[in-house]
Design a protein around this ligand. Structure first.
Ligand SMILES: [Fe+2]
Length: 231
């Protein structure tokens, strides 16, 4: 079976990771969580590599940036995909928990992982899991806006994401200290929120005590992203 290439790309303003995955044997590709300000960069790399973009996968309705999904679809005819619980209008595919799609010979599984938002989805693709704002490297996404639930995020990570093998590579949507990826085994051992040694009660208490300002662009980004990034 051919190897999947993964290009991890960064938006400096919102510290967001976008992932381009492709299979060189037939040049099919998918993109995960693209950012509107980086549209030209992403189109440029897709063209240089001569890739056909099949799917635009969103892990959730982002509050910190607007997705380039609509523009990318116009330019490439790729299909926009979200979790079915997001309430998004205009997507081509709305995943239920466990739904699968393929690109090249690779299977992508959509896993409903609510908690940061109700509609959050993680994507498992051949030894890698793209966890959005559900599981970060030694952290978890915020649960204090957009239907956030610290109880749900704990259960999503512990019961669903942590059910994958320890060597599975974890690719988050953000990192605030320059780390790129992790593994399930590392997170079970060292994650201070949802690691093996942290009880749900302790996590819920800790989440309650957090008090942070809302993301700067939340009032613009959420309505736009509920329409696949149309402003
Ligand atoms: Fe988010």
């Amino acid at each position: 079976m051919n190897k999947i290439k993964i290009k991890q790309m960064f938006d400096f303003d919102t510290l967001t990771y976008t992932y381009l995955l492709w299979d060189e044997s037939i040049n099919e590709s998918i993109i995960i969580d693209p950012v509107i300000e980086q549209l030209d960069r992403d189109i440029d790399i897709i063209k240089k590599l001569n890739l056909k973009l099949l799917y635009i996968l969103e892990t959730h309705v982002h509050a910190d940036h607007i997705t380039s999904a609509t523009e990318l679809r116009q330019l490439t005819n790729a299909k926009i995909c979200y979790g079915s619980k997001t309430g998004v209008e205009g997507a081509d595919i709305l995943f239920e928990d466990g739904d699968k799609i393929n690109f090249a010979t690779h299977e992508i599984t959509a896993i409903h992982t609510p908690g940061h938002t109700n509609g959050c989805v993680s994507y498992y693709i051949r030894g890698s899991i793209f966890t959005g704002d559900t599981l970060f490297i030694e952290g978890t996404g915020r649960t204090d806006f957009q239907e956030g639930s610290s109880s749900n995020i704990y259960d999503s990570v512990r019961n669903k994401i942590f059910s994958y093998p320890n060597e599975t590579i974890v690719y988050p949507c953000h990192n605030y200290s320059g780390l790129l990826n992790s593994t399930i085994g590392h997170e079970k051992k060292f994650n201070p929120n949802v690691g093996d040694k942290i009880s749900k009660e302790v996590f819920l208490e800790k989440e309650k005590r957090k008090n942070r300002p809302y993301p700067k662009k939340i009032n613009i980004a959420v309505p736009a992203n509920l329409n696949c990034g149309k402003v």
